[in-house]
Design a protein around this ligand. Structure first.
Ligand code: SAM
Length: 218
């Protein structure tokens, strides 16, 4: 993963038209990110569940996997009107998120079955961390912005919950609130990793957080 990635120096300099949403009007930026999207099962499922105004972007660091998802979307677009609002981008999301996305521009961030980085010395490489949660809070829209995490590693789930609970800009959804969000079922069932865990009879743990307003907001 040590090769370089192209990225804009500011979000407003990013062109989303040609490579990402050629079927949409204007240069419209994504509103929903599937971070570490892998083979893109959730990215595509969200294209069906969410309204067409949502722009979904899978983000993936592996070149071959990204290309697989790109071709999957190209093929699915030929089958019918759906998926004009789905795309995939190869990048290191732990480095470049603020380059691509403006403050308060995103509705949803998904972290599905992220790499666990079990060893303590590798915990700083986890994709949900104190520092990165502040970046995630920055790009999410206050009040309606949501952050979704799911994993089959119980210890990692506890880490997600501990980090998000401790962050002043996130509040965990209640069970009732979760029941009203169809994206949660999709996150549990539609990713390739989630399907593998289900086949192997493994458990899945999830948590969903709302981006609360800044303390000094009016
Ligand atoms: N979310 C998918 C799923 O549930 O099927 C894939 C899960 S897989 C275990 C984790 C994925 O995150 C891998 O495809 C990996 O390449 C990707 N990844 C890891 N670090 C990343 C980073 N910094 N930026 C973007 N993608 C990353």
């Amino acid at each position: 993963h040590n090769d370089s990635f192209a990225y804009p120096i500011r979000p407003d300099l990013m062109d989303w038209t040609i490579d990402h949403y050629p079927g949409l009007q204007g240069n419209v930026a994504p509103t929903v990110l599937d971070i570490g999207c892998g083979f893109g099962g959730l990215t595509m499922a969200l294209g069906k569940i969410l309204p067409p105004e949502a722009r979904i972007l899978g983000m993936e660091i592996r070149a071959k996997v990204t290309e697989y998802v790109r071709l999957r979307i190209v093929a699915a677009r030929k089958e019918g009107p759906l998926y004009q609002n789905c795309s995939v981008l190869r990048t290191n999301s732990m480095k470049f998120l603020p380059n691509f996305f403006a403050a308060a521009s995103l509705d949803k961030l998904f972290f599905c079955f992220p790499d666990p980085h079990f060893k303590r010395k590798n915990h700083p490489r986890r994709i949900v961390s104190e520092r990165l949660l502040s970046e995630y809070a920055h790009v999410l829209k206050p009040t309606i912005g949501r952050l979704y995490c799911i994993t089959d590693v119980e210890e990692l789930h506890q880490w997600h919950v501990a980090k998000c609970d401790a962050h002043p800009l996130f509040r965990r959804l209640t069970v009732k609130e979760e029941a009203n969000d169809p994206c949660i079922e999709a996150m549990i069932h539609e990713t390739e990793e989630g399907k593998k865990v289900a086949r192997q009879g493994g458990k899945k743990y999830h948590a969903v957080y709302e981006r609360i307003p800044d303390a000094d907001a009016p």
